[in-house]
Design a binder for this molecule. Structure first.
Ligand SMILES: [Zn+2]
Length: 180
């Protein structure tokens, strides 16, 4: 178990380092918080600033939120989180882990599983955007997401998949513009 955890931490560290370097190369901008994202466990608590200014309320935003509540997106997220917590608890008991091993194990699983989890959240966001676009118009959605694009601190899609619950505005814009 011990070696498994060490290897897992090493893989995670290299992955994060690779992503940070890639991000600096793409945007030639250094984030002062970036180094903190490399330290295991600390990185679970490093916040990612998403936009430069808060997004203002608009019909598009309201319909977007309405889609979330109509489709019970929060409930589905809660269900996944509960399932994750229960399976972690099961592993804790089944493998008879000590507390320290469990903390690292939990952290590692969180790291790997957040990738499919975020991908799933992105599908929810795109479907909420789609709903909001149908309730307003293609033009309104375009304007709204273009504004968001200006407000958003740019991150690559790969980076966002690791760290953000929302897809980059660029992706949201191209996904909604594809809708007939
Ligand atoms: Zn949303």
């Amino acid at each position: 178990m011990f070696y498994f955890l060490i290897i897992s931490l090493a893989i995670e560290f290299s992955f994060r380092l690779f992503i940070e370097i890639r991000e600096i190369k793409i945007f030639s901008r250094y984030n002062p918080l970036a180094w903190a994202r490399l330290i295991p466990i600390v990185n679970d608590f490093v916040p990612i600033p998403e936009t430069r200014e808060p997004i203002s309320e608009s019909p598009f935003v309201r319909f977007h939120e309405e889609a979330h509540s109509k489709n019970k997106h929060n409930l589905k997220r809660l269900f996944i989180k509960t399932l994750f917590a229960l399976s972690m608890l099961y592993c804790f008991i089944y493998f008879k882990m000590n507390l320290w091993n469990f903390v690292i194990f939990f952290h590692s699983m969180l790291f790997y599983l957040q990738i499919p989890y975020h991908w799933y959240l992105w599908q929810q966001e795109i479907s909420a955007d789609t709903y909001a676009q149908k309730k307003t118009s293609k033009n309104k959605a375009k304007k709204e997401l273009e504004n968001l694009l200006k407000q958003e601190i740019p991150y690559s899609s790969l980076f966002a998949l690791f760290y953000r619950e929302h897809p980059p505005a660029r992706l949201r814009l191209s996904a909604t513009q594809k809708i007939k």
